[in-house]
Design a binder for this molecule. Structure first.
Ligand SMILES: [Zn+2]
Length: 385
């Protein structure tokens, strides 16, 4: 079995070991077995470490690590000769993951002790950590949880990991998803949480820096929470700060006021749209008034009109023509919505001919129909001319 150096020292970045075997793993990959390793294999919701292994002048990238009955296998992009090797894990990545994982234990521990929640799901990605609890929590409770979690961080409490004897284990009250009784690794956050976990953690809660619950939703009778801690939380803050700063500058409002600034802007936009629709409606009805009376058809195009306006235009236009009055709104690219009316033509019967010639669909009463036509304006005008 491979000796788990990360179990003894979670802050070990570089180590030396002996390569016991190196086998091809297909697709240009190799599977390397070491006598000891600082590479954490995927487990407990935490992804596997990546990094490099070196023998003499030859270095290979470690792309994955997995625990097997044989030991911990390192998936690499090249082979190395059996014998002494040096290993180096991608430390920034590992430390960020430990910050998030230890942060998750604090949040889950507090959710358990304060609100009786059980953690029923945990996923750690590059930019987000997701945890599921089996009970719903209110926004106020989540804020309380976040505040309490950060107090634990600031108190810089000690985090330890050990394999207690089965007899000792039996007396322990700890959180666990598994029913194991042997080789159970217990991670203890002083005065906050005791939990079975195989992953490396920071040694003191202060290393986590900050814990932020970024989003939440009801999920399967409980709650799903998105959180960030440490470096991930800083990146999240930087991205959001850049975004808020840009909105603040664009709207000329102070940063904490941007939400109200956007609300005001939305109201201005709604008022403007309302006024614009009114103006378009007035313009279209002036156009209808200005049209000479005709025995033939009347065709009117006006962009951005609603269905009611189209209908009232057609009602006015029907009085001026002996044929069909057709009003269209839309564009050549997106197609047109229409309303057609007539005092003389049975439009319900006529619509089949119109749709056969121009495409589209629609229906209604003999005196008035509505629908859509995907044809170009020039084709439509030529048809009704
Ligand atoms: Zn864990």
């Amino acid at each position: 079995m491979t000796e788990k150096l990360y179990d003894i020292d979670s802050h070990l970045r570089d180590f030396s070991a002996v390569l016991l075997s190196c086998r091809p793993a297909g697709e240009g990959r190799w599977s390397l077995l070491l006598d000891r390793t600082a590479f954490f294999p995927e487990g407990g919701g935490q992804p596997a470490d990546t990094g490099t292994l070196t023998a003499g002048e030859t270095a290979v990238r470690v792309l994955d690590a997995q625990e097997t009955p044989e030991g911990i296998l390192h998936l690499t992009d090249g082979p190395l000769p059996d014998g002494p090797v040096k290993g180096s894990i991608d430390w920034e990545q590992r430390f960020g993951r430990m910050q998030c994982h230890s942060g998750e234990h604090i949040v889950s521990g507090l959710a358990h002790s304060r609100f009786g929640c059980t953690n029923v799901g945990f996923h750690m990605g590059e930019d987000e950590v997701i945890l599921d609890f089996d009970r719903e929590l209110t926004a106020e409770q989540l804020r309380e949880l976040e505040d309490a979690a950060n107090r634990i961080v600031w108190e810089d409490r000690t985090i330890t990991a050990e394999y207690p004897d089965p007899a000792v284990l039996e007396t322990l009250d700890y959180r666990s998803k598994l029913d194991l009784t042997e080789n159970v690794r217990i991670v203890t956050i002083e005065g906050c949480d005791v939990c079975a976990c195989c992953a490396p953690h920071v040694s003191h809660t202060g290393e986590i820096g900050v814990i932020k619950l970024t989003s939440w939703m009801r999920h399967r009778g409980g709650v799903r929470i998105w959180m960030a801690a440490g470096a991930m939380a800083l990146r999240d803050y930087q991205r959001k700060h850049d975004s808020v700063a840009a909105i603040s500058a664009a709207l000329s409002v102070k940063q904490p006021e941007v939400a109200r600034g956007v609300e005001r802007l939305k109201q201005v936009l709604a008022d403007t749209e309302y006024a614009l629709t009114g103006a378009k409606r007035a313009l279209a009805s002036e156009k209808i008034k200005a049209m000479p009376e005709t025995d033939g058809n009347l065709c009117l195009f006006e962009d951005g009109l609603d269905q009611n306006t189209l209908r009232s235009l057609v009602n006015a236009g029907m009085e001026k023509c002996g044929g069909i009055c057709a009003a269209f709104t839309g564009s050549d690219e997106g197609g047109y919505r229409y309303v057609m009316g007539s005092r003389t033509v049975d439009l319900r019967a006529e619509s089949e001919t119109i749709h056969a010639a121009l495409g589209g669909k629609g229906g209604g009463q003999p005196a008035m129909i509505q629908g859509s036509i995907p044809a170009k304006r020039a084709e439509i005008e030529a048809y009704f001319a």
